[in-house]
Design a protein around this ligand. Structure first.
Ligand code: C2O
Length: 443
């Protein structure tokens, strides 16, 4: 729990930022000037430097919520676009800034879906069959063919959607007024809302291109590796294979830049990879049997979603104005972002392996639809499972182009519930991992 924000009076800012997260709760309060709560703490820390252990003193001041310094929500503005610069991912330089000058207005996005209307349902792809599957496949292919045909000058084009994800994901956007602090949508608490939004506008662009406002981007139910009987309502087939509509070599939903793992229709996904930091190089997926994959997947889903009741652990580490970029997944990612999400990016591989290319594989969007569905599932599992109530989370604002190529400003607080956005998800067999018994697991 974060009880105070600390202002570092002296010493290395990044190291101190670490300390602040870890030691904040040691501060006690006292009344300061100007109605602020102030406490000065002295920490003695041992840090490694030039191979020796040095004792360094940090002088830290704590300010309470009434203090007028420090904490503010990250917001993306016209200036952010103007100041966009080349970024990097795993030390690979990348160049993916959108045009620096925004033509036209930026229009605030407010969900305006009327609660009396029926919600659109994003369905589990593995249960589509017969005529429904046929019609859906034709629409999906047509939508992607049209999207791929848009010129690069159109911000709704397939290429430009990849580009904006890249800019948000590789440190290309710097915080307004800063020269080195970035705005990032991975490895922190923005991961879930930002990607929901990204998929939401992707879907709206498909709807617009298809001239079909009811079109839904159905999802890849990769977490369910168990067939069940169900109660007649929902989809109870296992979904842990690459959905065939994304595996047809001739289709515009296909991307050949995937690893061989993803080409074998009989090979289930494998989510249970514990050391999967992509910065350490290509992860190694050992040979596993279907049975091992099923068991491992249930186990990791149970651990990453069902067992987690700590908000920061699940949603990811806070990210505010003034915070430096987090580069180590174990430092910032919530459990859902890390497993199954990063693991699955690696498992599909190819374009999906790197932030700067992942959305060039259409499978990205159905995978992310399921990730944000799992966020909903998590909230439903316990009254303790709630989103952060911190204004620095709720009031953070992003810019993305909508289906009419208008740039929209969206606040996190407006995308926390899919119902407000007009859609929901088909019921599926989450019980396959919710009730997994970890105690019997023999790794
Ligand atoms: Cu922005 Cu799955 O990544």
């Amino acid at each position: 729990m974060r009880l105070c924000n600390l202002l570092v009076i002296s010493t290395d800012v990044h190291l101190a930022a670490e300390l602040i997260e870890k030691n904040c709760h040691f501060c006690t309060w006292s009344q300061g000037t100007n109605n602020t709560l102030v406490h000065t703490c002295i920490y003695s820390m041992r840090v490694a430097s030039k191979n020796t252990m040095l004792s360094i003193r940090f002088l830290l001041c704590c300010f309470g919520a009434v203090a007028s310094v420090q904490s503010a929500p990250i917001t993306i503005t016209r200036e952010t676009f103007a100041a966009c610069r080349p970024g990097s991912w795993a030390n690979i330089p990348v160049e993916c800034c959108p045009p620096k000058t925004i033509e036209g207005p930026i229009v605030d996005f407010k969900p305006d879906f009327h609660p009396s209307k029926p919600l659109r349902v994003r369905k589990a792809l593995q249960c589509l069959a017969g005529e429904e599957l046929e019609i859906y496949t034709q629409k999906l292919y047509k939508g992607y063919a049209l999207m791929r045909a848009l010129p690069d000058s159109d911000p709704r084009s397939f290429m430009r959607q990849n580009q904006i994800h890249c800019a948000y994901g590789t440190g290309s956007f710097v915080q307004d007024g800063s020269t080195n602090l970035t705005m990032d949508i991975h490895l922190n608490w923005f991961f879930l809302p930002w990607h929901r939004l990204f998929v939401y506008f992707h879907e709206r662009i498909l709807q617009k291109l298809l001239n079909d406002a009811d079109f839904s981007l159905h999802f890849w139910n990769f977490d369910n590796s168990e067939e069940a009987d169900g109660d007649g309502d929902g989809c109870y087939k296992a979904g842990h294979f690459v959905p065939p509509v994304y595996a047809d070599l001739e289709a515009p939903t296909f991307e050949r830049n995937r690893t061989s793992r993803a080409f074998d229709p009989a090979n289930p996904v494998y989510l249970d990879l514990l050391s999967t930091d992509p910065r350490l190089g290509q992860p190694v997926f050992h040979n596993y049997t279907v049975e091992e994959a099923v068991r491992g997947n249930k186990r990791i889903m149970h651990r990453a979603v069902a067992q987690v009741h700590d908000v920061v652990a699940f949603v990811g580490r806070p990210r505010r104005v003034g915070d430096p970029q987090i580069l180590d997944a174990s430092d910032g990612a919530g459990t859902l972002e890390w497993w199954p999400h990063i693991t699955l990016h690696n498992w599909v591989g190819g374009f999906m392996f790197q932030t700067q290319t992942a959305p060039l594989d259409p499978i990205f969007y159905i995978m992310h639809a399921n990730v944000e569905r799992l966020w909903k599932v998590w909230r439903s599992l316990s009254p303790a499972n709630v989103d952060p109530a911190d204004p620095d989370f709720l009031d953070a604002a992003f810019l993305l182009w909508d289906e009419n190529a208008v740039l929209r400003r969206i606040r996190v607080r407006d995308v926390l519930h899919t119902e407000a956005l007009g859609y929901t998800y088909e019921k599926v067999n989450d019980a396959s991992w919710i009730f997994f018994d970890n105690s019997t697991y023999d790794p």
